[in-house]
Ligand binder design. Structure first.
Ligand code: 6PG
Length: 482
C-alpha cells in the first residue's frame, strides 16, 4: 500500500459516514473506512469518489492501512457492538496505538474499557461527540477523554473537524479515561432540561396566552435574537412553524405527545443521585418524558378534580416577557446544576476538568450550543472554584431581573393547572439554595427519633443523639457507633 491513513473510522452508519466524510474533507487527513458489511463501505466510497478514503474490506486490511500510531474511531451502536470492535482492534493494534470510542457510551463502561485496553499497552479514548448527523458532517463539539499522550496525536485530528466558535475549535482534552463520556452525558442531561423548559414555555404561551403554534414560533424567533439565543430555541421555532401536509394542521398537533429517550438523561440523573448532586431540573425533564409515555394512566386521569383558577392576562406583551424571563432563569439553574455535576464527577473520579473550557467547547457544534455559554465560560474562567454559576455576577444580575416574573409564571401556571415541573423545580432549587434555614433540621430530628441516626448542633461541635424513648436527654456520640 502506498500512502497510509492517519485516521480510521469503523462503523459507517449515518454518524460514522458523516464523521468519515468530515475527516476526509480536511487537509492533511487520509481516512481508512471499514464497516462490518462491505456494501456500506463500497456505497460510501462510490458516493464520494472525491473523498480521501482508503476502503478496507476486512478488519485486517483496515489495520494495515493505518500509519503509526494507528488511530481508529469506532462509530457503532453503544453496547456489545462497541466491545466487539474494541476487541478486534485490540488484537491487532500494537503498543502506542489509539482506539477511540465516538459513541454515546456510559462513562463507567469507558472506565472499564480504558483499563482493559491500556493493560495491553494501547490507548483508549472515550470521546463524546455532539451535534447529530449534521454536526458529524460539518463540525461537531467533541469531548475526548483518555491519556494526555494520546491527545497529542488525536488533538490535531479532532481539531481539524470540530465546529469553530469564536475562532476556536470546539474540542478540548476534557480529562483522563472516562471524563469525555462523563461530560457528554451531562451535556445530554442539560439538553433534556433545556428542551423540557422550552416545551413548558410553549405550553404556557399556548394554554394561558392562547397563542397559536405559528405565533409562538414568531415569539421564539424573537427570543432567539436576545440572551436566549441558542440552537434549541431556533429549531423550536422551525418545528412550531411546520404544518402537516396531510391535514393542514400544525405539525405539533399531529405528533403523539409521548416523548422517547435513549437513556443518556436517565444516566445523568442516576449518576448525580450517586454523587449526591441535585440535578432537579434534569430529573424533572426525564420524569416529564416518562409521565408523557404513561398512556394508560393518562387516559384514566381526566376525571380527576381540577381546582384551577383561570389565568387572566391583561397585557399579553408583559405576559410573554414574563415567560421569557422564567425560561431564562430556569435555564440558568439547569446549567448551574449540570456544571455542579461535572465538578462532583471530577472530584469522585479524579479528573482535572476545566469547567470554563467545557463551556467553551459547547459554544458551537453541539445540541445545547448557545450564546450564553460565553458567559458561563467567562464565569468559570474568572473563578474556577465558583461555588455555583448562580453566584457569578452576570448570572446574579440575570436572575435578579427575572425572579419576580419567574415566580409569577410558576404560581399562575400552577393555579391554572398547567404542568410546569421543570420551571417549578428550578425555582424551588433556587429558593432552597437561598434559604437561611432549611427544614432539613426537622428531617434530622425525625431520623434521630426512629433510627438514632444522630445529628449535629448549630452551636457545638460533635455528633449527638437524643434518648427519645428515655428521658429525652442528649448524649454526645460518634457516627460510627450507630
Ligand atoms: C447530541 C445528542 C445526541 C442524541 C441524543 C438524543 O449531543 O448530538 O445529544 O447524542 O440526539 O442522545 O437523546 P434521546 O433520544 O435520549 O432524546
Amino acid at each position: 500500500m502506498s500512502e497510509k491513513a492517519n485516521i480510521g473510522v469503523v462503523g459507517l452508519a449515518v454518524m460514522g459516514s458523516n464523521l468519515a466524510r468530515n475527516l476526509a474533507s480536511r487537509e492533511g487527513n487520509k481516512v481508512a473506512v471499514y464497516n462490518r458489511s462491505v456494501e456500506r463501505t463500497n456505497l460510501l466510497v462510490a458516493e464520494h469518489p472525491e473523498a480521501n478514503f482508503i476502503a478496507a474490506e476486512t478488519i485486517d486490511d483496515f489495520v494495515a492501512s493505518l500509519q503509526k500510531p494507528r488511530t481508529a474511531i469506532i462509530m457503532v451502536q453503544a453496547g456489545a457492538g462497541t466491545d466487539a470492535v474494541i476487541n478486534q482492534l485490540a488484537e491487532r493494534f500494537e503498543e502506542g496505538d489509539i482506539i477511540v470510542d465516538g459513541g454515546n457510551a456510559l462513562f463507567t463502561d469507558t472506565l472499564r474499557r480504558e483499563k482493559e485496553v491500556s493493560a495491553k499497552g494501547l490507548h483508549f479514548v472515550g470521546a463524546g461527540i455532539s451535534g447529530g448527523e449534521e454536526g458529524a458532517l460539518k463540525g461537531p463539539s467533541i469531548m475526548p477523554g483518555g491519556s494526555a499522550e494520546s491527545y497529542k496525536t488525536l488533538g490535531p485530528i479532532l481539531s481539524s473537524i470540530a465546529a469553530i466558535a469564536e475562532g476556536e475549535p470546539c474540542v478540548t482534552h476534557v480529562g483522563t479515561d472516562g471524563a469525555g463520556h462523563f461530560v457528554k452525558m451531562i451535556h445530554n442531561g442539560i439538553e433534556y432540561a433545556d428542551m423540557q423548559l422550552i416545551a413548558e414555555a410553549y405550553d404556557i404561551l399556548r394554554q394561558a396566552g392562547s397563542f397559536s403554534p405559528s405565533e409562538i414560533a414568531d415569539i421564539f424567533s424573537e427570543w432567539n435574537k436576545g440572551e436566549l439565543e441558542s440552537y434549541l430555541i431556533e429549531i423550536t421555532a422551525e418545528v412550531l412553524k411546520q404544518v402537516d401536509a396531510k391535514t393542514g394542521k400544525p405539525f405539533v398537533d399531529i405528533v403523539l405527545d409521548q416523548a422517547g429517550s435513549k437513556g443518556t438523561g436517565v444516566w445523568t440523573v442516576q449518576t448525580a443521585l450517586n454523587l449526591g448532586t441535585p440535578v432537579s431540573g434534569i430529573a424533572e425533564a426525564v420524569f416529564a418524558r416518562s409521565l408523557s409515555s404513561q398512556a394508560a394512566q393518562r387516559n384514566g386521569a381526566p376525571q380527576l378534580a381540577t381546582g384551577t383558577t383561570a389565568w387572566k392576562i391583561e397585557d399579553k406583551k408583559a405576559f410573554v416577557e414574563d415567560v421569557r424571563k422564567a425560561l431564562y432563569a430556569s435555564k440558568i439553574v439547569a446549567y448551574a446544576q449540570g456544571f455542579d455535576a461535572i465538578r462532583a464527577g471530577a472530584k469522585e473520579y479524579n479528573w482535572n476538568i476545566n469547567l470554563g473550557n467545557v463551556a467553551k467547547i459547547w459554544r458551537g457544534g453541539c445540541i445545547i450550543r448557545a450564546q450564553f455559554l460565553n458567559r458561563i465560560s467567562d464565569a468559570y474562567g474568572k473563578n474556577e472554584n465558583l461555588l455555583s454559576l448562580l453566584f457569578d455576577e452576570y448570572f446574579q444580575k440575570a436572575i435578579d431581573s427575572s425572579v419576580s416574573s419567574w415566580r409569577s409564571v410558576v404560581a399562575h401556571s400552577s393555579l391554572a393547572g398547567i404542568p410546569n415541573p421543570a420551571f417549578a423545580s428550578s425555582l424551588s432549587y433556587f429558593d432552597g439554595l437561598r434559604a437561611e434555614r432549611l427544614p432539613a433540621a426537622l428531617v434530622q430530628g425525625q431520623r434521630d427519633f426512629f433510627g438514632a441516626h444522630t445529628y449535629k448542633r448549630v452551636d457545638l461541635d460533635g455528633v449527638f443523639h437524643t434518648l427519645w424513648s428515655g428521658d429525652r436527654s442528649e448524649i454526645e456520640t460518634t457516627p460510627s457507633s450507630h
